[in-house]
Design a protein around this ligand. Structure first.
Ligand code: FE2
Length: 557
């Protein structure tokens, strides 16, 4: 059976993946190919890339599975919220809701767009419940026989949080907390109030939080005593001026790019704290209702690596798997597996140990790109060794190797690398390359077997999706990847999974005694992570990086 999974909702992070007989072959977000960050358009480039990789024609597909219900149920839920007064009836809200419905209805929720672009197909079109798709994207890649599954995002068609359990390849629903009672919306509204972009910049709030102190009372917006949580949506979505309740209770909203005041840091602290408490409360409920201590997490809220780290360290869960593409790009993975559950079937359960499911480029293709730009380059016998040598000399490297990662994190295929020992390196990379906010931490990649030397509690973290505390004695050893609160968001690199990247870190360790490199995504601020050699070359020459190691080639400035 050949199935195509698609995320398309016109909201954010369109993506596609292709699965053959239960095996994920290829997955890519549209933004990487279109170069529009968080591209919400129909993922035509991603779909074509999936078909090309599988050597398939659209006619070969058995199922085309969208990770959303059709537009009707979403619109009906919105109408119900308007009628019940749970969603303010403003001109803009009604217009947005209606416009969304009409657009998706006209496109038959994506099916018509698919046929227009790829021709008629014998494939069955399937519209999978959004949270079901999220849940499957975590459970079916966890490798756990039995698990509790928690999905938390901004919204599905009507869901905000849902709990599930898996037993022998079946996925059973436990309960749903409907939208807009949503931790994701709570977090993203405060992200916007703090002057950042909703559904995109939540990282910035999470990074800012440790600079704040306790004291801001967010109980008017979220009640954590009402287990597992209750979001006061009437205040959150004020019907008057934007953020009117927040402004009257917490002061003026921060203007984008304006100075960060202590007040903003304290609010970020409170928002992060509330999110962690709500997630912990939901996880507790899921474990209680399912009777299972293996936990799978998905949905945009599960990108909160700080909260995930606390869940991992809480002792509540035995084993934890967080789908690395936890946001909506990942529903393509779950949707593509939905047909396996038909007629009493079971979902395939193949543990996901890496996220290298995207496109790759041969040395011939890379060399052609380098020659197009008339660049001077060196051919390398051992890119890992040369990269380690450059890093140990304080150089900032662009590193493009192998198949691109699926999900928001760069994990050693499309990365910018630097020396974590230099306390100034954070500022150097920020000034030279990332041009991003001073308070956002950079993350370490470390050899999996050396991880216990550097961090507490977490020793298995292949996806940089949970934080851990850096051991006190190591904070001065790797200062540029240790956050102000002593935490880090490690990637543990296994030799069998990514031998080249493993060897780079090992070579760096042999030279310096530190088996850790600083790893951040290979992109400039506000841009999607690089995809092609040409993207990498452009980014390299638009920044202060010192060298580019791309396939078996080295370009230096
Ligand atoms: Fe979602």
């Amino acid at each position: 059976m050949l199935t195509l999974g698609i995320n398309y909702s016109q909201m954010h992070d369109s993506s596609a993946c292709i699965v053959r007989d239960g095996q994920l072959l290829f997955a890519v977000a549209e933004e990487r190919l279109s170069r529009l960050k968080h591209d919400a358009g129909f993922p035509k480039l991603a779909i074509q890339a999936c078909l090309d990789f599988a050597g398939a024609e659209p006619a070969d597909l058995d199922e085309v599975c969208f990770g959303w219900q059709t537009a009707g149920p979403i619109f009906r839920h919105d109408l119900k919220l308007f009628a019940l007064g749970r969603y303010p009836i403003t001109y803009l809200n009604v217009l947005n809701s209606t416009r969304y419905f009409l657009s998706m209805w006209h496109q038959q929720s994506g099916a018509k767009r698919f046929t227009q672009l790829f021709g008629p197909s014998k494939a069955r079109f399937r519209f999978v419940d959004h949270h079901f798709a999220h849940a499957l994207s975590a459970a079916a890649y966890s490798g756990f026989d039995d698990s509790a599954v928690v999905v938390m995002d901004g919204r599905g068609a009507w869901e905000a949080t849902s709990l599930w359990r898996t037993r022998n390849g079946r996925l059973e629903h436990i309960l749903t907390i409907p939208y807009p009672d949503s931790v994701g919306v709570f977090y993203s509204e405060f992200t916007a109030y703090l002057g950042f972009q909703r559904n995109s910049d939540e990282w910035k709030v999470m990074g800012l939080a440790p600079y704040g102190k306790p004291g801001v009372d967010l109980r008017p917006f979220i009640d954590l005593a009402a287990a597992p949580y209750k979001v006061h949506t009437r205040r959150l979505f004020s019907s008057g001026a934007p953020f009117s309740a927040m402004i009257s209770l917490l002061g003026p909203a921060r203007l984008p790019e304006s100075e960060i005041e202590d007040r903003h840091k304290d609010i970020a602290f409170a928002v992060q704290d509330a999110c962690e408490a709500a997630m912990m409360s939901v996880v507790r409920l899921a474990i209680e209702k399912s009777g299972c201590r293996n936990l799978c997490l998905a949905g945009g809220v599960a990108l909160n690596s700080k909260a995930n780290g606390k869940i991992a360290a809480s002792g509540l869960v035995e084993k934890l798997f967080v789908q690395p593409a936890a946001s909506d790009d990942g529903v393509a993975l779950g949707a593509a597996l939905a047909p396996y559950l038909d007629n009493g079937g079971r979902f395939p359960n193949k543990p996901m140990r890496h996220a290298y499911f995207g496109p790759s480029f041969t040395d011939e293709q890379i060399e052609a790109a380098l020659r197009t730009y008339k660049l001077r380059f060196t051919r390398l016998d051992d890119p890992a060794k040369i990269a380690a040598e450059l890093l140990s000399n304080g150089k900032i490297l662009g590193w493009l190797q192998g198949r691109m990662e699926f999900g928001p994190r760069a994990l050693g295929s499309r990365s910018i690398l630097a020396d974590p020992r230099d306390p100034e390196m954070n500022a150097k990379v920020n000034n030279a390359v990332k041009f991003r906010e001073w308070w956002r931490p950079f993350a370490p990649s470390m050899l999996a077997e050396k991880a216990p030397d550097y961090v507490e509690s977490v020793t298995d973290s292949p996806f940089m999706i949970l934080t851990a505390q850096v051991k006190p004695e190591m904070r001065s050893v790797i200062p540029s990847v240790t956050h102000v609160d002593g935490s880090a968001r490690p990637q543990t690199v296994e030799k069998e999974i990514n031998p080249l990247y493993w060897r780079l870190i090992d070579e760096f360790g042999r030279r310096t005694g530190v088996y850790v490199v600083m790893n951040t995504s290979f992109n400039l601020r506000g841009e999607a992570i690089v995809h092609t050699p040409t993207d990498a070359i452009r980014t390299f020459f638009s920044s202060g990086m010192d060298a580019l190691v791309i396939g078996n080639f080295l370009v230096e400035k």
